[in-house]
Design a protein around this ligand. Structure first.
Ligand SMILES: *Cc1c(COP(=O)(O)O)cnc(C)c1O
Length: 496
C-alpha cells in the first residue's frame, strides 16, 4: 500500500506519511486503497484483547511495519491506561452504549492515538534513517496538546511545540499543559482561537523558507494533529473493537448494522469511523454531533461549508472549530479521489472562506452521515437529565453527542439499532460547567468545582486531575498569533 496526498503528491509507504505529517503540497495523506475487514476477521477479533485488535487493524494500513512491531507499540501504549481495556463499552439503556475513551494518561480520546504515535514516529525515523531531530508542531483546541505532550515528552530525537488558544481552553486543560515536564517540550498560548493556531501552524508547514532554515539547523517538521495519518489509524481500531465487543456479548448478531454518535470538531474522530465503514464494518449511521459552532451540521444538510460566521466559545472547547481539517479527506472520496476536485474546493475555502457542493451528491455518496447541533442550554439539560436518570455523568462534549442522539431518535423510528455514543473526555476536565449543570449552583474555581463535583456525584477524581494541585506552572508564555513563525525560528534556528 502506498500513500497519496489529497492534493496529488505520492509517498511510497505509511512511515513516510507519518514522518512528514502533512504533504508538501498542503494536502493530507490517505491510503491508496481501503483494506477489507471481513465477517470472519470480526469474529476472530472478538476473542482478542484490545491491544491485539488495534495492532491487527493498524497492520492492514501500515504495511511497512510488521505485526510484531505494531503489537509491541500497542502493548506499550495501552499499558499506560487505567485498565486493560482502553475503550470499554458501558450499556446505559436498551440499544444505547457509551464507549469511554478517556481512561488514558490525559483523560481524553486523543490518548488512544497519541500514546501510540510516538512509537510509530520513532519506528519511521529508524526505517528512513533520519538523523535530523523531528520537530513536532501542534495546534490544540485543548486535548490534543496535553495528549501529544505526554506522548512525546523525553522521546529521543524529537522536540514538541504546542500552541493553544490562551482564552479558548478549559482551566483544567490549560493547567494540564502548563505543568508538563520534559526537556523537549514547549507550550505556548496564542491570542486567538483554535482556527488561528491551526492556520498559523499549517502556514509554517507550507513555508519553504522556514522549512529550509529549520532544516539547516538540524530539524525536520512533523505534526501530531489529526492531519497526521498516524493519528487516524489507531482511531479506526476502536470503532471495530466496539463492534466486536457487541458481537462477543451477543448484544448484536453477525452482520447487524450499528450507529455511532461522534462529538466532532476537526473531523478526525468521525473520519476514522468512516474509514472503518469503508473497510466493511456494518455501520448504519455516523451521527456527527456539533455544539453551536454548527458548520458541520449545515454542511451535511445543505452541502454548503461557510466559515464566514460567528465563532462561539462554548462549554465544549475542543469542538470550537470552524475549519475542520479532516473534511478534506472526505472531499477526496466525494470527488472519486481526484486531487483537482479537492484543490478547487480548498482554493475556494482559502479565497472566500466557503465552498458549496450539491447536497444530493453528498447524500448519495455518504448516506451514513447525518449531523445535529445543540445549544448550550440543550447540552446543560442533557448533562443534568442524564445524570438524574442513569446516575451517569457526561462531560460537555459527550453531552453534545448524547443530545444529537436524542434528536436523531426523535426524528426517526430507529430505536432498534444498537448505538454507540463515543465518549471523548472525562467530566473532571470541565468541572465548573459539569458541576453547574448537575447541581444548579456555580463554582468558578476549577479546583474547588472539582471537589464539589466529587461530593455531589460520588464519581472518583482521576489522579491526572487531582495531582495538578501540587504541580508548578512551567510554561506561561502567551504570544500574538502573528508571531508563531518568528517564535518557532527563535526557538530552533541556529545562527552562526
Ligand atoms: C478533540 C476532541 C473532540 C473533537 O474531535 P475531532 O477529532 O477533532 O473531531 C471532541 N471531544 C473532545 C473531548 C476532544 O478532545
Amino acid at each position: 500500500m502506498f500513500y497519496k496526498s489529497t492534493r496529488g503528491e505520492e509517498v511510497k509507504n505509511s512511515s513516510a506519511a507519518i514522518l512528514n505529517g502533512i504533504a508538501n503540497d498542503g494536502g493530507l495523506y490517505v491510503p491508496s486503497s481501503f483494506p477489507a475487514i471481513t465477517a470472519e476477521d470480526l469474529r476472530d477479533m472478538s476473542d482478542l484483547e484490545y491491544k491485539d485488535r488495534a495492532a491487527y487493524v493498524m497492520s492492514k494500513f501500515l504495511t511497512d511495519y510488521s505485526l510484531e512491531e505494531l503489537t509491541e507499540y500497542a502493548d506499550n501504549a495501552y499499558s499506560r491506561f487505567e485498565d486493560s481495556d482502553p475503550a470499554p463499552l458501558v450499556k446505559v439503556d436498551d440499544n444505547t452504549y457509551v464507549m469511554e475513551l478517556w481512561h488514558g494518561p490525559t483523560l481524553a480520546f486523543k490518548d488512544l492515538a497519541l500514546t501510540i504515535l510516538p512509537y510509530l514516529m520513532t519506528g519511521a525515523r529508524k526505517k528512513h534513517a533520519i538523523d535530523k531531530t523531528t520537530l513536532i508542531l501542534v495546534a490544540t483546541s485543548g486535548d490534543t496538546g496535553k495528549a501529544a505532550l505526554e506522548g512525546f515528552k523525553d522521546v529521543e530525537g524529537t522536540e514538541i511545540v504546542v500552541f493553544y488558544p490562551s482564552e479558548g481552553v478549559s482551566d483544567m486543560q490549560k493547567l494540564q499543559m502548563q505543568t508538563t515536564e520534559g526537556k523537549n517540550v514547549h507550550v505556548i498560548g496564542i491570542e486567538g482561537n483554535f482556527d488561528d493556531a491551526q492556520n498559523a501552524v499549517k502556514a509554517v508547514f507550507g513555508d519553504a523558507d522556514v522549512r529550509q532554515r529549520l532544516n539547516k539547523s538540524g530539524y525536520m517538521l512533523s505534526s501530531a494533529n489529526s492531519i497526521n495519518f498516524g493519528r487516524l489509524v489507531p482511531q479506526i481500531a476502536y470503532y471495530i473493537s466496539a463492534y466486536t465487543d457487541l458481537l462477543a456479548s451477543e448484544e448484536i448478531s453477525e452482520g447487524d448494522e450499528i450507529n455511532f454518535v461522534v462529538p466532532s470538531g476537526n473531523f478526525g474522530n468521525v473520519l476514522a469511523g468512516y474509514y472503518a465503514c469503508r473497510m466493511g464494518l456494518p455501520i448504519k449511521q455516523l451521527i456527527v454531533a456539533s455544539n453551536c459552532n454548527n458548520i458541520l451540521t449545515d454542511f451535511f444538510s445543505s452541502g454548503e461549508y461557510d466559515t464566514n460566521r460567528a465563532f462561539y466559545k462554548t462549554m465544549s472547547p475542543s469542538m470550537d472549530i470552524l475549519v475542520s481539517s479532516n473534511l478534506e479527506r472526505l472531499l477526496f472520496e466525494l470527488g472519486d479521489r481526484d486531487e483537482n476536485f479537492v484543490k478547487t474546493l480548498m482554493k475556494d475555502l482559502k479565497e472566500m472562506g466557503r465552498y458549496e457542493l450539491d447536497p444530493e451528491i453528498l447524500d448519495r455518496k455518504f448516506p451514513q452521515f447525518i449531523g445535529y447541533s445543540s445549544t448550550e442550554d440543550e447540552t446543560r439539560d442533557v448533562m443534568d437529565n442524564f445524570f438524574d436518570e442513569y446516575g451517569y455523568l457526561l462531560d460537555p462534549h459527550t453531552a453534545v453527542g448524547m443530545s444529537a442522539y436524542f434528536k436523531y431518535l426523535s426524528e426517526t423510528i430507529d430505536g432498534d439499532t444498537a448505538t454507540v455514543i463515543v465518549s471523548t473526555a472525562n467530566p473532571y476536565k470541565f468541572p465548573q460547567d459539569v458541576y453547574a449543570a448537575v447541581s444548579k449552583s456555580r463554582e468558578d474555581n476549577a479546583k474547588k468545582a472539582m471537589k464539589k463535583l466529587h461530593v455531589f456525584t460520588g464519581m472518583d477524581i482521576p489522579e491526572a486531575i487531582s495531582e495538578l494541585d501540587n504541580k508548578d506552572i512551567l510554561h506561561d508564555k502567551v504570544i500574538p498569533k502573528a508571531d508563531i513563525k518568528a517564535t518557532i525560528l527563535a526557538l530552533f534556528e541556529k545562527r552562526k
